[in-house]
Design a protein around this ligand. Structure first.
Ligand code: ATP
Length: 577
């Protein structure tokens, strides 16, 4: 939670002054019943009009000052809560970027989104309410009791009996309802998740005619949320009648005993009215206090969820400075590399060893789930190896700063990911300083220049969220161009041409060969035709390396490779024997 306090930096003044102004308003509010008692007992009883008017005007003045204090407090609360929320959101967002894939996987993307949005909002509301009401409500409760005791300690005893009774009722109702608020919060998270997932995958849902069943799931989640909310509403509905009964009985007791004390000259009528006012104030303050406790309980739960992320340290330590690359060392070298995902299960890669020289093309092939993407992730250090080492230019990837490493390795992931903006904006993500000429060059190599040129706005063509307005193949070409614009030393294409037709795929490979001289290319593919001309081919089978060599060598020596080529009709049946 310590991490959260620093978000008050710059707003500590409002955090302290806000409650102080509210306290001033509460003190003035406590004085009003006393003034009223004076007006009745002195002014009205003696028929002293000027007393009534001056005291009445004084009451108005107190009211005006109180209003001013309340408005200043409200302003400070808004400034502090908004400022705090903004800092917290920024801090959390920045921190999330510093986490590695391992932590993303452990916390979950949905959960991170909820923490960044609704949890931060809850904490922000909590801060606002804390400034406005957390000091005022308990002060008014205690102050009303003290004032009653000061007017008459015997009548004050009625306050000392009724207040704990009201507190007991509030406690029982809250202890039953608060756990439901946590469940309601979870229910709202579930509805957001379902809505997000369904809207995102609306095309798949339609294609599989799953609308009805998805609507039913969504309805069920909505019904459950409504059921919980109604149940909490029912419990809370008992609050007002029960507390009203207690307060009204207390008022009856005040009037009853007050009348007797008035007869005996111990109390004045105005004082009885003041006591009734204090009783009503006590009740209102206690109800506000109960609401604040609910809001603060939710805010603390949300603050813990946010703090949990902020306190999460990345498992991927960055070094302050990169170690030097070694001359004449292989461009990429895997030595006895094994890797297991944090979620457990078998090793995704097992004792992989190979190396390739600078400027070579490495083809990686194998069945689904054999570890091709994992290999690319280890090279770009999205994860750290479980054992063994991955070296680039003779230096372990862990000895480069992450920034230097990401500059060296351009990874084009399997799922093409584009951001809303323009073509230029997306391509420049690879290299902010790239000229238009360099961007067109990257597009030419990635076989994307023609389709961008065909758009009236060229590089300024608008790309919708996630690249929705582009075809799968167009998206892939732009992601390849984005990586090329970075001019990395190593380009990793993780099945990045899977949506391209054979002719475009062949043109892409030819352009890569011609335009990326000196660049080491790792080409992961399910298609043997895509990688067959690579300088070396790595064949993976269920996380193990079962072949490494040229196409011809592998046809000679590797049964799995021969089988892949045969199944894809790259070689004739009899050659595979
Ligand atoms: N984030 C993850 N958490 C846990 N296990 C994972 C994760 N990603 C992949 N795996 C597992 O690791 C193994 C290798 O997966 P990987 O994605 O590297 O295979 P792949 O060869 O790229 O498959 P494909 O060709 O289908 O893309 C699989 O058994 C997969 O289930």
């Amino acid at each position: 939670m310590k991490e959260l306090y620093s978000c008050f930096n710059g707003y500590r003044k409002q955090l302290v002054l806000g409650p102080l102004f509210k306290l001033t308003e509460a003190i003035l509010e406590l004085m009003v019943p006393l003034l009223m008692a004076d007006i009745i007992d002195v002014g009205i009883r003696n028929g002293d009009r000027s007393y009534v008017v001056t005291h009445g005007l004084f009451m108005l003045l107190l009211g005006a000052i109180g209003l001013g204090c309340a408005m200043i407090c409200q302003y400070f609360a808004a400034v502090c809560a908004q400022g705090f929320g903004r800092s917290l959101r920024q801090k959390l967002f920045r921190h999330v970027f510093s986490l590695s894939q391992k932590e993303y996987g452990a916390i979950g993307t949905d959960s991170l989104i909820t923490r960044l949005t609704s949890d931060v909002n809850q904490v922000q509301t909590g801060v606002n309410m804390f400034i406005r009401l957390a000091v005022r409500a308990p002060f008014l409760t205690v102050g009303s009791i003290v004032m009653a005791l000061l007017i008459d300690w015997k009548i004050g005893l009625i306050f000392l009996i009724s207040t704990p009774l009201i507190v007991a009722v509030l406690y029982v109702i809250m202890s039953r309802s608060v756990p439901y608020y946590t469940r309601i919060q979870k229910g709202q998270d579930r509805i957001s998740r379902l809505a997000g997932e369904n809207l995102e995958g609306v095309r798949v849902i339609r294609a599989f005619s799953r609308q009805e069943s998805e609507v039913r799931t969504f309805d069920a989640a909505g019904d459950e949320l409504a059921r919980l909310t109604v149940y909490v509403g029912k419990i809370s509905a008992a609050l007002n009648p029960i507390t009203s009964v207690i307060v009204n009985l207390a008022i009856v007791a005040i009037v009853w005993f007050g009348a007797r004390f008035t007869d005996s000259g111990v109390l004045e009528q105005g004082q009885i009215i003041a006591l009734v006012n204090y009783m009503t104030q006590t009740l209102l303050a206690l109800i506000v206090l109960a609401n604040i406790i609910v809001i603060l309980t939710r805010a603390v739960a949300s603050a813990r969820r946010v703090a949990q992320v902020l306190e999460q340290k990345t498992s991927m330590e960055d070094v302050p400075q990169s170690a030097a690359a070694k001359e004449k060392a292989p461009s990429i070298e895997f030595s006895e590399v094994s890797f297991r995902y944090h979620s457990g299960g078998d090793e995704a890669l097992e004792k992989i060893s190979f190396s390739i020289e600078k400027g070579w093309t490495l083809g990686v092939i194998g069945g689904t789930g054999c570890g091709k993407t994992t290999l690319a992730r280890l090279l770009a250090r999205e994860y750290d190896v479980t054992s063994g080492s991955v070296k680039i230019d003779g230096t372990d990837v862990r000895e480069y700063t992450l920034e230097d490493l990401h500059r060296k390795v351009g990874l084009v992931p399997q799922a093409a990911m584009l951001f809303s903006g323009t073509v230029r904006f997306n391509l420049k993500m690879g290299n902010e300083n790239a000229t238009d000429e360099a961007l067109w060059q990257a597009l030419e190599t990635a076989q994307g220049a023609d389709f961008v040129r065909s758009k009236p706005d060229g590089l300024d063509t608008v790309i919708e969220e996630g690249g929705k307005n582009l075809s799968g193949g167009q998206k892939q070409r732009l992601t390849i161009a984005r990586a090329l614009a970075k001019q990395p030393e190593i380009l990793v294409l993780d099945d990045s041409a899977s949506a391209l037709d054979y002719a475009t795929d062949a043109a892409l490979r030819k352009a890569l060969r011609q335009n990326t001289r000196g660049m080491t290319v790792v080409m992961i593919s399910q298609r043997a035709s895509t990688i067959k001309n690579a300088d070396r081919i790595l064949v993976l089978d269920d996380g193990r390396m079962c072949g490494f060599g040229t196409h011809e060598q592998l046809l000679d020596q590797c049964e799995v490779y021969r089988e892949i080529c045969r199944s894809q009709k790259l070689i004739r049946e009899e050659d595979a024997q």
